[in-house]
Design a protein around this ligand. Structure first.
Ligand code: KIV
Ligand code: ZN
Length: 386
């Protein structure tokens, strides 16, 4: 593998921007430790200037984490940077994340700043942050709606001022994989130090493309992916990092890149976030949903029993999930029902199934899933008739 992709987790910062989610400090520390066990390279623990709670959380995570870099978020302002310096003082490994919006709509209607003022602010804030941090990450917020020339100018200014990581945020989930590739092509052609800089992406999921855009960025030259566990975050959320990790695992042939993620810790990490955020994981959610490794239709169950690779590209144990399930319902076939009965201890063969299966179908037509108890009842009825 020629390149390694870093995972930057912002569950504790952007993830906490989810409506109704508020992690307390103990939860934040527990999450940070689990993220470290999962193998993330950077943990964005909060926005220290935003509140005393956020400051204390970044401080506590900085003390608790030993391997991952800890970062705080800062606007392009001295007081934000000072707060990050203090909050991450105890961190073994650290960086800072400075941002300012660069798109016309954000410059004109939100910041009321000219292009020149934005450029000056990037220069001043990044050079100030560079006095305290070896690793300075700069984000031009709303990069994907920024004029391509001005994006290059903003990024070049940040690099000249000492930024070592450039993050490209798709702040409003506006771009698509093809356009994102073009954006990177423009940067590669116009930023002379492109290969010496760590390029990162931070994609939101407003149009459901956050993970696809992040994966495209890997093909286009990014070596860091930002996101959250279970894809929680502002509005429709961020790129779900467990999905990025799973895609890289399953399609190693295509992405040709490694990472430090311990896939076996995936389910535990997802369940912890779900529990502390009080946000249940949808059953059909990729990789970590309850149905991600369940097969109901007869054709699929038959295929799975013959060779699991017919319908499963990722083995559940790889992500620390329980084994594949074949829940029995009205679409299940005789093969799956016979296998289930055999697993329950019944000695049944194909001939027996000619009598059992019609009864099973009758019961299945009136229930969503046929339970073991219902199967035992069916077998008792068959015994009585025989
Ligand atoms: O979505 C965004 O643009 C952000 C920045 C602060 C990186 O969260
Ligand atoms: Zn964001």
């Amino acid at each position: 593998m020629s390149k390694t992709i870093q995972f930057f987790d912002t569950t504790l910062r952007d993830g906490e921007q989810t409506i109704g989610v508020n992690f307390d400090i103990d939860h934040k520390v527990a999450i940070a430790k689990q993220l470290e066990a999962w193998g993330v390279d950077v943990i964005e623990a909060g926005f220290p200037v935003a509140s005393d709670g956020d400051f204390e959380a970044v401080e506590a995570v900085s003390k608790a984490v030993t391997k991952a870099q800890v970062t705080g978020l800062a606007r392009a302002k001295k007081k934000d940077i000072d707060a990050c310096v203090k909050a991450t003082a105890a961190a073994k490994n650290k960086q800072i994340h400075v941002f300012i919006a660069t798109s016309p709509i954000h410059r004109e209607d939100k910041l009321h700043m000219t292009k020149e003022q934005v450029i000056k602010s990037i220069h001043d804030s990044v050079s100030y942050a560079h006095k305290f941090f070896e690793i300075v990450e700069f984000s031009p917020e709303d990069a994907t709606r920024t004029e391509p020339d001005f994006l290059v100018e903003s990024i070049q200014t940040a690099i000249d001022a000492g930024a070592t990581v450039i993050n490209i945020p798709d702040t409003v989930g506006y771009t698509n994989p093809e356009e994102f590739e073009q954006l990177f092509k423009n940067l590669r052609e116009n930023i002379p130090m492109f290969d010496q800089i760590t390029f990162s992406v931070h994609c939101h999921d407003d149009l459901g493309m956050a993970v696809a855009n992040s994966l495209q960025a890997i093909k286009s030259g990014a070596t860091r992916i930002e996101g959250t566990i279970n894809g929680i975050g502002e509005r429709a959320g961020n790129a779900a990092l467990e999905e990025v990790a799973a895609a890289m695992y399953v399609r190693k042939d295509y992405y040709q890149a490694d990472n430090h993620i311990d896939m076996a810790e995936t389910m535990k990490t997802s369940q912890m976030i779900s529990h502390f955020s009080e946000m249940p994981v949808p059953h059909n959610k990729a990789v970590v949903g309850a149905n991600a490794f369940a097969h109901e239709s007869g054709i699929h169950q038959d295929g799975m029993l013959k060779n699991p690779q017919t319908y499963e590209i990722l083995t559940p144990t790889v992500v620390g999930a329980n084994k594949t399930t074949l829940p029995l319902g009205k679409l299940s076939g005789s093969h799956a029902v016979m296998t289930k009965l055999q697993n329950m201890g019944y000695q049944v063969d194909k001939d027996d199934m000619k009598r059992i299966f019609p009864r099973f179908k009758h019961v299945a037509d009136h229930s969503s899933i046929v339970s073991e108890e219902q199967l035992r009842n069916i077998m008792n009825q068959i015994k009585e008739i025989a």
